[in-house]
Design a protein around this ligand. Structure first.
Ligand SMILES: O=P(O)(O)OC[C@H]1O[C@H](O)[C@H](O)[C@@H](O)[C@@H]1O
Length: 304
Protein backbone atom coordinates (compact mmCIF):
# COMPACT_ATOMS: atom_id res chain seq x y z
CA UNK A 1 0.00 0.00 0.00
CA UNK A 2 1.37 3.41 -0.88
CA UNK A 3 -0.61 6.56 -0.54
CA UNK A 4 -0.10 10.22 0.10
CA UNK A 5 -0.56 11.62 3.58
CA UNK A 6 -4.12 12.84 4.01
CA UNK A 7 -3.37 16.30 5.33
CA UNK A 8 0.03 16.47 3.69
CA UNK A 9 1.79 19.33 1.95
CA UNK A 10 0.48 19.24 -1.63
CA UNK A 11 0.36 15.44 -1.37
CA UNK A 12 4.15 15.23 -1.67
CA UNK A 13 4.63 13.56 1.71
CA UNK A 14 3.96 9.87 1.67
CA UNK A 15 2.97 7.07 3.94
CA UNK A 16 3.95 3.58 2.83
CA UNK A 17 2.91 0.42 4.62
CA UNK A 18 5.20 -2.59 4.19
CA UNK A 19 5.89 -5.82 6.07
CA UNK A 20 9.04 -6.72 7.97
CA UNK A 21 10.57 -10.16 7.59
CA UNK A 22 8.25 -11.57 10.26
CA UNK A 23 5.20 -10.31 8.39
CA UNK A 24 4.54 -7.45 10.82
CA UNK A 25 3.34 -4.20 9.28
CA UNK A 26 5.60 -1.23 9.41
CA UNK A 27 4.86 2.28 8.28
CA UNK A 28 7.37 4.43 6.44
CA UNK A 29 6.80 8.17 6.63
CA UNK A 30 8.55 10.41 4.11
CA UNK A 31 8.62 14.20 3.99
CA UNK A 32 8.89 16.44 0.96
CA UNK A 33 12.70 16.58 1.18
CA UNK A 34 13.22 12.83 1.40
CA UNK A 35 13.74 12.46 5.16
CA UNK A 36 12.03 9.34 6.53
CA UNK A 37 10.89 7.53 9.66
CA UNK A 38 9.86 3.90 10.09
CA UNK A 39 7.32 2.87 12.70
CA UNK A 40 6.65 -0.78 13.46
CA UNK A 41 3.29 -2.04 14.64
CA UNK A 42 5.37 -4.24 16.93
CA UNK A 43 5.44 -2.04 20.02
CA UNK A 44 4.30 1.07 18.14
CA UNK A 45 8.04 1.52 17.97
CA UNK A 46 9.89 4.02 15.82
CA UNK A 47 12.75 1.96 14.36
CA UNK A 48 14.39 4.47 12.09
CA UNK A 49 14.60 8.23 11.63
CA UNK A 50 16.69 9.44 8.72
CA UNK A 51 17.74 12.84 7.47
CA UNK A 52 17.12 13.96 3.90
CA UNK A 53 20.69 12.77 3.16
CA UNK A 54 19.76 9.30 4.38
CA UNK A 55 21.78 9.44 7.63
CA UNK A 56 20.29 7.25 10.36
CA UNK A 57 19.76 9.18 13.60
CA UNK A 58 18.56 6.34 15.85
CA UNK A 59 20.55 3.35 17.03
CA UNK A 60 19.31 -0.20 16.52
CA UNK A 61 21.46 -3.10 17.62
CA UNK A 62 22.86 -5.47 15.00
CA UNK A 63 21.69 -8.19 17.40
CA UNK A 64 18.14 -6.85 17.81
CA UNK A 65 15.45 -9.54 17.87
CA UNK A 66 12.41 -8.61 15.80
CA UNK A 67 9.98 -11.28 16.98
CA UNK A 68 7.18 -10.42 19.40
CA UNK A 69 6.77 -10.73 22.33
CA UNK A 70 10.48 -9.83 22.55
CA UNK A 71 11.12 -6.07 22.58
CA UNK A 72 13.39 -4.62 19.89
CA UNK A 73 16.74 -3.22 21.09
CA UNK A 74 16.85 0.21 19.49
CA UNK A 75 14.75 3.00 18.00
CA UNK A 76 12.15 4.39 20.42
CA UNK A 77 10.52 1.65 22.53
CA UNK A 78 7.50 2.79 24.52
CA UNK A 79 7.64 1.92 28.20
CA UNK A 80 4.08 1.62 29.50
CA UNK A 81 2.35 1.08 31.92
CA UNK A 82 5.53 0.65 33.93
CA UNK A 83 9.00 2.07 33.56
CA UNK A 84 11.85 -0.33 34.42
CA UNK A 85 11.22 -2.62 37.36
CA UNK A 86 9.21 -0.10 39.37
CA UNK A 87 6.16 -2.32 39.79
CA UNK A 88 4.96 -5.88 39.45
CA UNK A 89 4.86 -6.04 35.65
CA UNK A 90 7.59 -7.23 33.30
CA UNK A 91 10.47 -4.78 32.77
CA UNK A 92 9.19 -1.58 31.06
CA UNK A 93 5.59 -2.89 30.88
CA UNK A 94 3.93 -4.70 28.02
CA UNK A 95 3.23 -1.99 25.41
CA UNK A 96 6.59 -2.45 23.65
CA UNK A 97 5.92 -6.15 23.12
CA UNK A 98 2.42 -5.88 21.67
CA UNK A 99 1.15 -5.60 18.14
CA UNK A 100 -0.57 -2.24 17.77
CA UNK A 101 -3.13 -1.42 15.09
CA UNK A 102 -3.42 1.54 12.73
CA UNK A 103 -6.02 3.94 14.07
CA UNK A 104 -8.11 4.85 11.02
CA UNK A 105 -10.21 7.40 12.83
CA UNK A 106 -8.18 9.09 15.57
CA UNK A 107 -9.69 11.93 17.57
CA UNK A 108 -8.33 15.18 16.13
CA UNK A 109 -5.31 16.98 17.51
CA UNK A 110 -5.53 20.71 16.71
CA UNK A 111 -2.98 22.11 14.21
CA UNK A 112 -0.92 19.03 14.43
CA UNK A 113 -0.55 17.48 11.01
CA UNK A 114 -0.13 20.42 8.62
CA UNK A 115 2.65 19.60 6.16
CA UNK A 116 3.63 16.49 8.08
CA UNK A 117 3.56 12.81 7.22
CA UNK A 118 1.71 11.21 10.13
CA UNK A 119 0.51 7.82 11.27
CA UNK A 120 -1.84 7.08 14.17
CA UNK A 121 -1.57 3.82 16.08
CA UNK A 122 -3.76 2.35 18.80
CA UNK A 123 -3.23 -0.13 21.60
CA UNK A 124 -5.99 -1.56 23.77
CA UNK A 125 -5.37 -4.19 26.45
CA UNK A 126 -5.92 -7.86 25.62
CA UNK A 127 -7.63 -10.22 28.07
CA UNK A 128 -4.17 -11.46 29.10
CA UNK A 129 -2.96 -7.90 29.70
CA UNK A 130 -6.06 -7.28 31.85
CA UNK A 131 -5.14 -10.27 34.05
CA UNK A 132 -1.76 -8.69 34.78
CA UNK A 133 -2.90 -5.07 34.86
CA UNK A 134 -6.68 -4.89 35.32
CA UNK A 135 -7.23 -1.47 33.79
CA UNK A 136 -8.96 -0.71 30.55
CA UNK A 137 -7.23 1.97 28.49
CA UNK A 138 -6.91 3.31 24.98
CA UNK A 139 -3.38 4.32 24.05
CA UNK A 140 -3.20 6.45 20.92
CA UNK A 141 0.20 7.18 19.45
CA UNK A 142 0.70 9.69 16.66
CA UNK A 143 4.09 9.75 14.94
CA UNK A 144 4.73 12.62 12.52
CA UNK A 145 7.67 13.59 10.35
CA UNK A 146 7.66 17.32 9.63
CA UNK A 147 8.82 19.04 6.44
CA UNK A 148 12.00 20.16 8.22
CA UNK A 149 12.78 16.60 9.39
CA UNK A 150 11.60 16.92 12.99
CA UNK A 151 10.08 13.81 14.48
CA UNK A 152 7.06 14.21 16.75
CA UNK A 153 5.56 11.54 18.96
CA UNK A 154 2.33 12.20 20.79
CA UNK A 155 0.95 9.69 23.28
CA UNK A 156 -2.63 9.98 24.41
CA UNK A 157 -3.69 7.54 27.10
CA UNK A 158 -7.33 7.43 28.12
CA UNK A 159 -8.89 5.70 31.10
CA UNK A 160 -11.93 3.77 29.86
CA UNK A 161 -12.16 1.98 33.20
CA UNK A 162 -14.67 2.41 35.98
CA UNK A 163 -11.90 3.26 38.46
CA UNK A 164 -8.71 5.34 38.52
CA UNK A 165 -5.34 3.90 37.51
CA UNK A 166 -1.72 5.05 37.62
CA UNK A 167 1.17 4.37 35.29
CA UNK A 168 4.73 5.36 34.52
CA UNK A 169 5.94 5.99 31.02
CA UNK A 170 8.97 6.64 28.80
CA UNK A 171 9.83 7.29 25.17
CA UNK A 172 13.01 5.20 25.52
CA UNK A 173 15.01 6.88 22.75
CA UNK A 174 18.23 5.26 21.49
CA UNK A 175 20.24 8.00 19.75
CA UNK A 176 22.92 6.97 17.29
CA UNK A 177 26.19 8.63 18.31
CA UNK A 178 29.78 8.61 17.03
CA UNK A 179 31.42 7.61 20.30
CA UNK A 180 30.00 7.67 23.83
CA UNK A 181 33.25 9.26 25.11
CA UNK A 182 32.76 12.19 22.75
CA UNK A 183 29.19 13.23 23.54
CA UNK A 184 27.69 15.38 26.23
CA UNK A 185 24.19 16.06 27.43
CA UNK A 186 23.13 19.58 28.30
CA UNK A 187 20.01 20.64 30.16
CA UNK A 188 20.30 18.39 33.20
CA UNK A 189 22.76 20.53 35.20
CA UNK A 190 21.93 20.99 38.90
CA UNK A 191 18.98 18.60 38.76
CA UNK A 192 18.34 15.86 41.28
CA UNK A 193 18.43 12.35 39.93
CA UNK A 194 17.66 8.84 41.10
CA UNK A 195 20.57 6.52 40.42
CA UNK A 196 19.41 3.07 39.33
CA UNK A 197 22.96 1.84 39.93
CA UNK A 198 22.70 2.82 43.65
CA UNK A 199 19.28 1.41 44.65
CA UNK A 200 17.52 4.49 43.21
CA UNK A 201 19.25 6.76 45.73
CA UNK A 202 18.81 10.50 45.13
CA UNK A 203 21.81 12.67 44.14
CA UNK A 204 22.26 16.15 42.69
CA UNK A 205 23.99 16.67 39.35
CA UNK A 206 27.09 18.80 39.92
CA UNK A 207 28.83 19.09 36.57
CA UNK A 208 28.37 21.61 33.75
CA UNK A 209 27.18 19.00 31.32
CA UNK A 210 26.88 15.26 31.54
CA UNK A 211 29.75 13.29 29.96
CA UNK A 212 30.34 9.54 29.97
CA UNK A 213 33.18 7.36 31.18
CA UNK A 214 31.30 4.44 32.78
CA UNK A 215 27.83 2.91 33.03
CA UNK A 216 25.03 5.45 33.61
CA UNK A 217 21.42 4.64 34.52
CA UNK A 218 19.64 7.64 36.01
CA UNK A 219 16.26 9.32 36.23
CA UNK A 220 16.67 13.11 36.26
CA UNK A 221 13.75 14.70 38.05
CA UNK A 222 11.59 17.68 37.11
CA UNK A 223 13.72 18.61 34.13
CA UNK A 224 13.06 21.57 31.87
CA UNK A 225 11.39 20.78 28.59
CA UNK A 226 14.52 20.96 26.40
CA UNK A 227 17.57 18.74 26.60
CA UNK A 228 20.41 18.50 24.06
CA UNK A 229 22.79 15.70 23.12
CA UNK A 230 25.93 17.15 21.54
CA UNK A 231 28.00 14.88 19.31
CA UNK A 232 31.32 16.62 18.57
CA UNK A 233 32.67 14.08 16.13
CA UNK A 234 29.56 14.04 13.95
CA UNK A 235 29.17 17.79 14.41
CA UNK A 236 25.51 17.47 15.21
CA UNK A 237 23.25 18.08 18.17
CA UNK A 238 20.02 16.32 18.96
CA UNK A 239 17.45 18.59 20.53
CA UNK A 240 14.81 16.86 22.64
CA UNK A 241 11.70 18.83 23.47
CA UNK A 242 9.06 17.28 25.67
CA UNK A 243 5.71 18.15 27.20
CA UNK A 244 3.82 16.35 29.94
CA UNK A 245 6.94 14.32 30.76
CA UNK A 246 8.66 15.58 33.89
CA UNK A 247 11.68 13.33 33.97
CA UNK A 248 14.60 12.43 31.73
CA UNK A 249 16.15 8.97 31.83
CA UNK A 250 19.78 8.67 30.74
CA UNK A 251 21.19 5.21 30.08
CA UNK A 252 24.35 3.72 28.67
CA UNK A 253 25.21 0.17 29.74
CA UNK A 254 28.97 0.50 29.10
CA UNK A 255 31.29 -2.46 28.58
CA UNK A 256 30.50 -4.96 31.35
CA UNK A 257 26.68 -4.66 31.31
CA UNK A 258 26.66 -4.82 27.50
CA UNK A 259 28.22 -8.28 27.64
CA UNK A 260 25.24 -9.52 29.67
CA UNK A 261 22.65 -8.14 27.21
CA UNK A 262 22.05 -10.81 24.57
CA UNK A 263 20.56 -8.50 21.98
CA UNK A 264 23.36 -5.92 22.16
CA UNK A 265 26.82 -6.36 20.62
CA UNK A 266 29.74 -6.12 23.05
CA UNK A 267 31.06 -2.89 21.53
CA UNK A 268 27.78 -1.32 20.50
CA UNK A 269 27.40 0.68 23.73
CA UNK A 270 29.93 3.10 22.22
CA UNK A 271 27.49 4.11 19.50
CA UNK A 272 24.25 4.50 21.48
CA UNK A 273 22.90 6.76 24.17
CA UNK A 274 19.39 6.60 25.58
CA UNK A 275 17.90 9.93 26.65
CA UNK A 276 14.20 9.49 27.34
CA UNK A 277 11.37 11.91 27.95
CA UNK A 278 9.66 10.08 30.82
CA UNK A 279 7.23 10.17 33.71
CA UNK A 280 8.81 7.92 36.31
CA UNK A 281 9.13 9.37 39.78
CA UNK A 282 5.56 10.64 40.00
CA UNK A 283 3.28 8.18 38.23
CA UNK A 284 0.40 9.65 36.25
CA UNK A 285 -3.07 8.98 37.63
CA UNK A 286 -6.15 9.09 35.43
CA UNK A 287 -9.69 9.11 36.73
CA UNK A 288 -12.39 7.33 34.69
CA UNK A 289 -12.81 9.14 31.36
CA UNK A 290 -9.64 11.23 31.79
CA UNK A 291 -6.89 11.40 29.18
CA UNK A 292 -3.19 12.21 29.50
CA UNK A 293 -1.02 13.57 26.71
CA UNK A 294 2.77 13.31 26.52
CA UNK A 295 4.73 14.81 23.63
CA UNK A 296 8.24 14.37 22.36
CA UNK A 297 9.82 16.36 19.56
CA UNK A 298 13.24 15.38 18.23
CA UNK A 299 15.30 17.51 15.91
CA UNK A 300 18.91 17.53 14.81
CA UNK A 301 20.97 20.64 14.15
CA UNK A 302 24.55 21.07 12.91
CA UNK A 303 27.05 22.00 15.63
CA UNK A 304 30.79 22.67 15.83
O1 LIG B 1 17.01 -4.09 28.56
P1 LIG B 1 15.76 -3.25 28.64
O2 LIG B 1 14.64 -3.93 29.36
O3 LIG B 1 15.32 -2.75 27.30
O4 LIG B 1 16.14 -1.98 29.50
C1 LIG B 1 17.19 -1.17 29.15
C2 LIG B 1 17.38 -0.06 30.20
O5 LIG B 1 16.25 0.78 30.16
C3 LIG B 1 16.30 1.91 31.04
O6 LIG B 1 17.25 2.83 30.63
C4 LIG B 1 16.54 1.50 32.46
O7 LIG B 1 16.75 2.63 33.27
C5 LIG B 1 17.72 0.55 32.55
O8 LIG B 1 17.83 0.08 33.89
C6 LIG B 1 17.57 -0.59 31.60
O9 LIG B 1 18.69 -1.44 31.70
Amino acid sequence: MNHSGGESDHNRTAIEITKDKNGIDQVILRNIRGASATVSLHGGQVLSWKTERGEELLFTSSKAIFSPPKPVRGGIPICFPQFGNRGTLEQHGFARNKIWVIDQNPPPLPNDSNGKACIDLLLKPSEDDMKLWPHSFEFRLRVCLAADGRLNLISRIRNVNGKPFSFSFAFHTYFSISDISEVRVEGLETLDYLDNLCQKERFTEQGDALTFESEVDRVYLDSCNTVAVLDHERKRTFVIRKEGLQDVVVWNPWEKKSKSIVDLGDEEYKHMLCVDGAAVEKPITLKPGEEWTGRLELSVVPST
